[in-house]
Design a protein around this ligand. Sequence first.
Ligand code: HEM
Length: 510
Amino acid sequence: MQPDATSAGCPFSAGRAGGAAPIEPTAAPTVPMSSGTMANGSAAPITHGDLREFPADPAACLMKLYRKHGPLAQLRAEDGMALTFVFSPELNRTVLSDGKRFHSKFFAIRGGRKSAQRRVTSGLLTMNGPDHKRHRRMVMEPFSKKIMPAYHEAIAELTGELLDGWEPGSTVDLHEEMNGYMRKLTSAILFGLDDPELAYRTGEKIDRWVHLNHETGMGAMVSDEGFLDSYDELLDLADSLEGDIQAMITARRGQPPTRDVLSILIDAAEKDPEGGGITDMELIGHVTLLFAAAHLTTAHSLTWTMFLLAQHPEVAQALAAEVAEGVAGDAATPGEADALPLLDRVIKESMRCLPASGYSQRLTAETVELGPLTLPPGSPVIFSQYVTHHMPDLYPDPMPFKPERWEDLKPPSYGYIPFGSGPRLCLGAMLAMTVLKTVIPSVMKRYRLSCEADSTVNAKIVSTMLGPITPVPMEIHPADGQWQHRPVHGNVNTLVDLNHTHAPAMRKAA
Ligand code: HEM
């Protein structure tokens, strides 16, 4: 069976394979010239080039387009296929707040209509309109404030387990450690700890499935020979995943509800006041998406925040002092975590500098005019947290990591969007913040981290997520307060300026 190429992975694939008609600027006459100017002499925000430039290095391509064209840009291939990019808060609002004209599209390959692959990808991100609204209301239930304390227990327990395994004097790959931790935690939160083996096994399958979606999607685009093999593996994995999750749903039916997401969702669906509920197939789609949406985004945010702390000793020292004073036990309680202002600023700034979601996309549902561009239905429109968070008029001196900027900074709405905004605002934002605000103080209480001397840290936006693509070797020391800056090589230095030293005021703030 061939994949449904119209829905393969990234915006790049939607642009090439989605069959979108060539995009013409609206100002008459409409024929664009190769220089990127309109025939009438006015500037068109168009760069003519190869669309593969975008997936090859999304962050560099996004920045280049922004620097050249400003808040609205288009990358257009010779055949007229195009990717359109919006960067300013105003344009982000236009796109993100209008779910009627701008539809969401899941990053995964959809598979044939009757395939398990089609069913496991039937989560919130493939839904639009009233369907999305109704399902979102039910899927929200397990992420409400009242349920957070139940998750906090699992977060603190697994954090303790993780940190017990770190030996002072040793070096860990922080990236791998955070991935493993989040794989376990997400499995536990979604599927409960009654049968941890099954929960972790299912989590690992979803993790492999997410990677295969990416590999297969990219393979399809570049006619990779191995593409059909990985597509077959993807379909087999989707079959097996569907079977596992279905078995968990069946086992939970008729049992007293427990505090895992799957149980809460089954319960919410049964009580759906609008009727309709959620079918088992939809439930499977929702939990698969939830795992995919939660795991790597949170793991990347944890890795980046601790990496940035290790690179900025004055900030790390001040934060360690704040934690020592404000956290009584090994793990911060939610009340303690909320009373740590520097921790809050550190996380905000880390998500500004290196946002785990580097960009996201919509597809136009009808003909849409954006500035001088007319986009036919099915056109991919991309917004980018990475670029918006680096606009100098919103964030003066945007490249360095400066938590202190948040003491008096109030970005406009749609100007700070690590969790998106509008009707598709991240459902797990509160959970993700609880994880970050529990794990980071626990690490600071027990250890001091320093980047391994001469190490290389490379990063890339893969399947919309900005994460490390190399290990992040981190030396573990006792919490002796001797934080020090060890420069690293690698392209992470092009994404964030790691040489900024903080004023003594930051040290005094401790
Ligand atoms: C630091 C961690 C996280 C980051 C940076 C993040 C980021 C985002 C972003 C940017 C969006 C909006 C995408 C768009 O508009 O196209 C989103 C949506 C979503 N996120 Fe998260 N997320 C994180 C953690 C989580 C967690 C822990 C969960 C759940 C367990 C989750 C579940 C979702 C869901 C279900 C959506 C889709 C909402 C909808 O379409 O209505 N996320 N996330």
